[in-house]
Each structure stands twice: as C-alpha cells, then as structure tokens.
Design a protein. Structure first.
Length: 203
C-alpha cells in the first residue's frame, strides 16, 4: 500500500472522546524520545503529523489520525486509524502522574475493539528498559498483538543491528519474536510496515 491521506481526527483523555466512527486501529507506543513521532511522520510522509515534541513526555493524550491506504494492485482505498499513544518511562513524571497515565492507556487497550496491533517501539541501541519489558509483558498478558519495532537503526552498524535485535528478543523473553529494524531517517523498514498494515486491512 501507499499512504495517500493522513488527517488528524481527535485527541482523547478518556474513552468518551474516542472517535465515533469505528475503524481498524494500529497503535504506536514507546518510551519518550524513542522516535515515535519521527516514525509516524516517516510512515505517512508528513512532516508534522505527530509533532516531533521538544519536551519528552509532554503529549499526554491519545491521538487518532485517519490514514488512507491505497493498494498498488487495484488502486482500491481503505481507511484506518493510526493511534499515537503518549510515551511512557519519562523520568520526570511523578508516581501519581504515571498512575493516571497507566490507567488511561490501559482503558484504551482494554476497551477498544478495533485494535489490530500495537506497534511497540524500542530504541535499537540499548537493551530494553524495565518499562519496555513491563509494557510488552502487559500487552501479551492481555492478548493484544504486539509488533516490536526497533527504532533508530541507522545509528548503528548492520552487524550491530542483528546483535542488538537478538538482545532485545532475549530481554523480552521471546527469542523467536519478529522485530522490525526501522530508520525514520532512511525510511528503512517502511515498506515492510506498510505491507504489514496493507495485509491487516484486507482481513
Ligand atoms: P518521540 O518522543 O518518541 O516522538 O521521539 P522523536 O520522534 O521526537 O525522536 C527523538 C529524537 O530521536 C529526535 O532527535 C529525532 O530526530 C531522533 N530520531 C528519531 N528517529 C530517528 C531515526 O530513525 N534515526 C535517527 N538517526 N534519529 C532519529
């Protein structure tokens, strides 16, 4: 598929604010500064859809974007939501703020019936943080399909990519997991991710 349209629809802090129109949802989550906005902008080829925020942890709303996918083969189009979730693991967020964050995100994960998958972003350069591992395990435990994407792949060598992917799999406790290396600078991983979404939309 190709993305031929991307439009901001809504920001929500509670389920009542989720968009009324229901469509398949692809959610994106990760630690603050993991490269989520950059990835969303790379995927949609927009510069400012998910504003690259200068203040980590600042975006505390769930943002819905309506994306229009066009299939190369028959030129048919399909719409879906890209759901941008607030970053977790921001050191300066206090405990109570973290609790509010968690209950709000959990509500989204547990009430939305349209989630096709949750793309969890992890920085390829480092071993996953405890918050990454906790999030991954929580999603798996709650039967949400997780697709792990290792961001900033252009920052390390090709050899290091494979090595670090293996380390991330090990840390998450799933050695056979498929992890997609992604570079928002080079758009590496973009066509794979688009194919993956394209297949989701025909199901
Ligand atoms: P967010 O907080 O998760 O939305 O992260 P951002 O998208 O704002 O990215 C955080 C920082 O990492 C910014 O300085 C980006 O320019 C940088 N960054 C994000 N993705 C990539 C990437 O794929 N390659 C490189 N080299 N830098 C990246």
């Amino acid at each position: 598929i190709n993305i031929i349209g991307a439009e901001y629809i809504a920001s929500a802090v509670k389920p009542e604010q989720f968009p009324e129109e229901k469509m398949l949802e692809i959610a994106f989550i990760g630690r603050s500064n993991v490269g989520k906005s950059s990835l969303i902008n790379s995927l949609t080829r927009t510069r400012n859809l998910a504003r690259i925020s200068g203040t980590p942890g600042k975006t505390q709303t769930i943002n819905f974007f309506k994306l229009r996918a066009k299939y190369y083969e028959d030129e048919s189009v399909k719409d879906f939501y890209l759901v941008d979730l607030p970053g977790y693991g921001y050191a300066k967020t206090g405990k109570s703020a973290r609790k509010i964050w968690a209950s709000f995100i959990e509500k989204y994960f547990l009430t939305s019936e349209q989630i096709y998958c949750v793309c969890q972003l992890i920085d390829i350069r480092h071993d996953p943080m405890q918050s990454d591992i906790d999030m991954f395990k929580w999603l798996v435990k709650n039967n949400l399909p997780v697709f792990v994407i290792a961001t900033k792949a252009d920052k390390i060598s090709k050899n290091a990519v494979n090595k670090n992917i293996a380390r991330i799999k090990k840390a998450l406790g799933v050695p056979e997991l498929m992890i997609l290396p992604y570079s928002s600078v080079k758009n590496d991983g973009r066509s794979y991710l688009l194919d993956f979404i394209g297949e989701a939309l025909v199901e």
